[in-house]
Design a protein around this ligand. Structure first.
Ligand code: ADP
Length: 825
């Protein structure tokens, strides 16, 4: 387009750098030349008349030329504008006007600025001013216009100012439509920008390598990846310097093969950066063979460090997760609700259900079949509700593995809602709680048993007369069991006291307490310590206690725990028994002495008789010695009788002394027949005096027994004396006493029996029942203690004294004594 712009002489217009250039060689230039020729003819009629004088031929030629050039002007596919210095369009060709959506008539006479964007007006003015300042010089620039319909039209304008015939300047402008090129340029620029952006974002750079020359072309991002100054030309040496030493050989081999065989490649390698860090690169390249036969490797290189590290981290965390799942017996899964199939399942899930973790093709159905049917029904129901409510759920179920084992599982699931608002997945975990459940059940059982046993002990404690206690490390009482029985002797209000603070016998038996405290200080157990205490009413009681030391897991002494009982009754009984035993012994002694008193006459006879014999034998001995010659043989015989009688007398005295003596019980091995003979010897005179004959039937070879000689003789004497007395009234039948010794026939219970049988009055029923009762007597001068003492003496020998009424007349008293244990060794 050619147009003339008004000059701006006031100053040099600022040129847009690069937009206005020296006139070029375009079609516009050609046209401008043509128009210059037209100018020389003026415009139509007027020029024709001016040259009227010229030859007719010249006029005709000129007309043809004008017509030709007008044709060219109007229909050349170049926009031409002619503009006056005021900016008014003087002329425009039809093509130029049409390009802008106008007819020439619509533009002619209008300001040319009407087709420029407001913001470009200044630039347009500056360009045109330049043309006016530099008449006949061509300038070129590119600028936007807008069409009548508002669309943009990019043009390249060649302009030049020239003077018209009247000397006024006009500006001729020829415009080339470069909209398409501009758009292509913009698109290219944009796609380059996009590419650079994409390369940066994707950390991917591009490269080209001319195999023959080794020349390398890199994109901006490739420079960045290799940390190379973009101003420096990259070389293969530099590239290999950057590659990790361990990867250099592999990269070299790959490039070599690609170069030799024109082969594409896709490989990964590492860079060792100057700061020591490692970059992972993924490079893909095409081998292009050019027409010249040269091979160029063109490709992209992506920094995959982040992905690699993420992958490594992921792999590590997956490994940790798998390990954690294995250790915690936890498996994870995702259930695709629509497909009714697993979307994901961890290796542990396979193990839990008894599958191999690498059996990836196991269908969900196979898993479900291993769930116990009744549990599976519950799971279905819970899943249904979870889908409806979209709420997390928990459920326990059991798995039957092929090996027959049952696993108990606790599961938690979370529904995942998709973009359509529907639950698409359930993600969850299964935890194998078999061991926990078993441990819990065992614990519960143990706890129940403990509770039962505690209750049992509590019942015992509450019902028993015993009480339980605990003391601390300082031996002070910390606990005492409660008693339901208010009458219990268990002391109260003792918490904080020591055992020796309680009883009043600490001073009485200092040795006992010293020993006890030494035991406690040595943290040793103790048993059956008996001490005097007071019950809850303050009454004195005897307490027997045993305890054992307590230690914690580290062996530190915590105190004692033990049991005490009120043994007052037992102790009192023991004391009473002791007192009774003493009293009985006293009484036995008294009765013995009394008996001896009764026997004085007999005893005197026993002694005087041998003494008389001694005297008469002594006389005889003297007489035998006085004879001439002395009869020594007879004298010796008399002397021997003297010795015999004297021994008999002294033996009697010894026995009486022994009976009269108050001695402690002396248990020795005895020949029971000997004991009988000695006792009878003491009462022999008494028997004779009362006309009682004694028949002794003593069994030979009886085993020896253990007992107290004096006491057993006292019993025998007593029984014999009672027998004598019982037969005093006998007139019709003889007064006869039988003393027998024998063994029982019973193999299991060997006993030695001694019986004293008389033929006296016998035992009436009343008498028989009471004869062993102390102070029971039917005799006017009797004490009634004899048989009672006899029975307690025999019982002290673990024997038994019984009385029977004879079938005929009289009574029999039987002593049964145990035999000593046979030595089985
Ligand atoms: P005492 O001889 O002082 O009466 P005992 O205890 O020896 O005391 O005897 C108690 C009683 O047993 C006698 O009084 C007598 O009635 C009865 N008694 C003891 N021995 C015989 C016996 N051999 N025959 C009949 N009664 C007897």
């Amino acid at each position: 387009m050619l147009y003339l712009l008004w000059p701006q002489r006031a100053g040099t217009p600022a040129m847009m750098p690069g937009q206005i250039a020296k006139f070029g060689n375009s079609a516009a230039q050609l046209l401008l030349g043509g128009l210059a020729a037209l100018r020389s003819f003026g415009n139509g009629e007027k020029d024709a008349s001016a040259v009227a004088d010229d030859s007719q031929q010249d006029t005709a030629d000129l007309r043809d030329a004008v017509k030709q050039w007008r044709e060219v002007f109007e229909h050349n596919p170049v926009m031409y504008f002619m503009v006056d210095p005021a900016g008014t369009v003087l002329n425009v060709n039809t093509f130029g006007a049409a390009q802008l959506g106008y007819t020439p008539a619509e533009l002619i006479g209008q300001s040319v600025l009407n087709v420029f964007f407001e913001e470009d007006h200044d630039a347009v003015r500056r360009c045109v001013a330049l043309c006016l300042e530099t008449l006949d010089q061509s300038h070129t620039w590119e600028i936007r216009k807008f069409r009548k319909d508002g669309s943009v039209l990019w043009v390249r304008e060649n302009a030049k100012a020239m003077l018209r015939g009247d000397g006024t300047p006009i500006v001729l402008v020829a415009c080339e439509n470069i909209t398409q090129r501009k758009e292509a340029e913009d698109a290219l620029r944009q796609s380059e920008a996009y590419l650079a952006e994409a390369q940066e974002l994707s950390r991917t750079g591009s490269f080209g390598l001319d195999v023959a020359t080794g020349a390398i072309v890199w994109s901006r991002q490739t420079f960045r990846i290799f940390q190379c100054d973009p101003a420096v030309k990259p070389t293969l040496d530099f590239v290999f310097q950057r590659i990790h030493p361990e990867d250099r050989d592999a990269v070299s081999r790959t490039l070599d093969r690609a170069a030799r065989r024109a082969e594409d490649f896709d490989h990964e390698y590492r860079l060792l950066m100057p700061d020591g860090s490692i970059k992972y690169l993924h490079s893909v390249a095409r081998a292009l063979r050019h027409g010249s036969g040269c091979i160029e490797l063109v490709g992209g290189v992506t920094d995959v460090t982040v992905a690699k590290e993420a992958e490594q981290r992921l792999r590590r965390s997956e490994a940790y997760l798998a390990e954690a799942q294995r250790l915690s017996h936890t498996s994870s899964w995702a259930w695709d609700v629509r497909r009714q199939e697993f979307a994901y399942r961890s290796a542990e899930l396979y193990r839990l259900f008894g599958f191999e973790p690498n059996q990836i093709d196991v269908p969900a159905r196979a898993f479900q079949e291993r769930i116990l049917p009744e549990d599976f029904q519950r799971i279905i129901e819970v899943e249904r509700q979870a889908l409806r409510r979209r709420k997390p759920f928990e459920i326990d179920f059991r798995i039957a593995r092929p090996d027959g084992s049952i696993r108990r599982v606790h599961t938690e699931g979370h529904p995942v809602v998709g973009s359509d608002g529907e639950v698409t997945e359930i993600i969850g975990t299964h935890v194998d709680v078999t061991e926990q459940v078993a441990a819990k059940e065992a614990l519960q059982r143990a706890f129940d048993e403990l509770k039962a046993s505690e209750q049992r002990f509590r019942d015992y404690a509450e019902t028993a007369s015993d009480w339980f206690w605990e003391t601390g490390p300082d031996h002070r009482i910390t606990k005492i069991s409660e008693h339901s029985d208010p009458a219990s002797a268990a002391p109260t209000a003792l918490i904080g006291l020591t055992r020796w603070d309680i009883p009043p016998d600490a001073e009485l038996e200092p040795g006992k307490w010293e020993q006890h405290r030494a035991t406690l200080d040595a943290h040793l157990p103790f048993r059956d310590l008996v001490y005097r205490g007071r019950d809850r009413n303050g009454s004195p009681i005897y307490v027997r206690t045993s305890g054992k030391p307590l230690h914690d897991a580290d062996g530190h002494f915590l105190g004692y725990r033990g049991v005490s009982s009120d043994v007052t009754a037992a102790i009192r009984a023991e004391q009473a028994e002791d007192a009774l035993r003493k009293a009985q012994a006293e009484l036995a002694h008294v009765t013995r002495v009394t008996t001896l008193g009764e026997l004085t006459a007999s005893i005197a006879h026993e002694i005087t008789q041998p003494l008389a014999a001694v005297i008469s034998n002594a006389d005889a001995c003297i007489a035998w010695l006085d004879r001439e010659p002395a009869d020594l043989k007879a004298a010796r015989r008399s002397a021997e009788w003297i010795v015999e009688d004297a021994n008999r007398a002294s033996e009697v005295i010894r026995r009486i002394r022994a009976l009269a003596k108050k001695t402690e019980i002396e248990v020795v091995s005895l020949d029971i027949n000997q004991v009988v003979r000695e006792a009878v010897a003491l009462v022999r005179r008494e028997l004779a005096t009362h006309g009682v004959s004694v028949r002794m039937e003593l069994a030979s070879d009886l085993p020896r027994i253990c007992g107290d000689r004096i006491q057993l003789q006292q019993v025998l004497i007593n029984l014999v004396m009672n027998g004598i007395e019982a037969m005093q009234a006998n007139v019709d039948h003889p007064r006869e006493l039988a003393i027998r010794s024998s063994l029982t026939d019973d193999d299991d219970d060997d006993r030695l029996l001694l019986t004293v049988t008389d033929r006296g009055v016998g035992l009436g029923k009343d008498v028989k029942e009471r004869i062993f009762t102390p102070f029971f007597t039917t005799k006017s001068g009797g004490l009634g203690m004899g048989l009672s003492i006899c029975r307690s003496i025999i019982e002290a020998h673990a024997g038994r004294l019984s009385a029977f009424q004879n079938e005929g007349s009289g009574a029999t008293f039987q002593i049964a004594l145990p035999l000593p244990h046979k030595d089985t060794s």
